[in-house]
Design a binder for this molecule. Structure first.
Ligand code: G3H
Ligand code: 13P
Ligand code: ZN
Length: 326
């Protein structure tokens, strides 16, 4: 069942965060649905209520252009039929104004992100406001972004890149957005922090206190870049040097401070890369694409179960269903 992100946030707020996972292909999609229904390697059929979770499928502009955006819609609509127990939102990740309108008109997306965070405050508000008006007219919710994730390094902490709590108040009020992505120290990709830097909980706390009660916050760039997966990639011929990510133990404290959506893309790519490198290293005579796919799908499902456990969303699916009256 496709719902809006805010339908999920109402249940999650202050207790856990919903995982927002990017997808690009069929194997990722199948692994993602299985994982969110708690279908593990040892039991691929039965839904495991103890670990099943609400989730958000994210589609980036890159994913839409990889083949044809209609293939993604076709896959997800079919996954909804194959996995009728699933409750999830379909979300455009880092949209431009034009892409947002395309998704709003499509009748498929339940949520869009307008990312005008590179613009000055007034222009970001103006663009976001226009998207909000078009989206709300169709029952679609809007995530916006304030602050800049990239380039926040140990030595420039406190720069204008982090989200300003006072600006966040003005932004939310004037733009009418339904959730806000904040820059609190994370960055996209596999090379996040230098030294001991982590999330800026002090900034997050100020933002939460300044905004209206129970206003949902979003954390981009939240992959944990697990060392064991990076080591497996490197041991199988990869060259990922000094990769690092968010400490998974910080997800729940962030959720308690209003973070309802945690974006994960890089970790999924790492799992994919490790499995495929290992597979062909160990079976040099093989050239069947389904071979590594069969290993990847259950491994990714298990990884999603682990991630949801760290986010606190594992085991929340039936609570969400009840909260929606379904
Ligand atoms: O935040 C960006 C996401 O990781 C999407 O990446 O544009 O390469 O699909 P992508
Ligand atoms: P990661 O690169 O940390 O996975 O972040 C993904 C993201 O924020 C997608 O919008
Ligand atoms: Zn992002």
């Amino acid at each position: 069942m496709i719902v809006t992100t805010n339908d999920l946030f109402r249940h999650a707020y202050g207790n856990y965060a919903v995982g927002a996972y990017n997808i690009n292909n069929l194997e990722q999609t199948v692994g993602l649905f299985r994982g969110n229904l708690g279908k593990s390697k040892s039991n691929e059929e039965a839904v495991n209520k103890a670990t099943s979770a609400p989730f958000i499928i994210q589609i980036s502009r890159g994913a839409r252009g990889y083949t044809d955006k209609r293939f993604l819609e076709g896959m997800i609509r079919n996954a909804e039929v194959v996995f009728p127990e699933a409750i999830f939102a379909v979300h455009l990740d880092h949209g431009t104004e034009e892409t947002c309108y395309d998704c709003i008109e499509s009748g498929f997306y339940s949520s869009v992100m307008i990312d005008a965070s590179h613009e000055l405050l007034a222009k970001n508000i103006e663009i976001t406001r226009r998207v909000v008006e078009r989206a709300h007219a169709q029952g679609i919710v809007v995530e916006a972004e304030l602050g800049q994730l990239g380039g926040v390094e140990e030595d420039v902490v406190g720069s204008v890149c982090l989200t300003e709590p006072d600006e966040a108040v003005e932004f939310v009020e004037k733009s009418g957005c339904d959730s806000l992505a904040v820059a609190i120290g994370t960055s996209h990709g596999a090379y996040k922090f230098s030294g001991k830097q982590g999330l800026h909980f002090d900034v997050l706390e100020k933002i939460q206190k300044a905004l209206p009660a129970r206003f949902p916050l979003v954390m981009h760039g939240s992959s944990s870049v697990p060392k064991d997966w990076v080591d497996r990639i490197n041991a199988a011929g990869g060259a990922l040097k000094n990769a690092s990510g968010v400490d998974e133990k910080q997800y729940l404290p962030a959720a308690k401070m209003g973070v309802c959506k945690v974006n994960i893309d890089t970790d999924g790519r790492l799992v994919w890369c490790a499995i495929h490198r290992e597979y062909f290293r160990d079976k040099p005579e093989d050239f069947d694409l389904r071979g590594p796919g069969k290993v990847f799908m259950p491994a990714y499902a298990d990884y999603i179960v682990h991630k949801n456990t760290m986010l606190g969303s594992a085991g929340q699916l039936e609570g969400v269903r009840a909260s929606l009256g379904k």
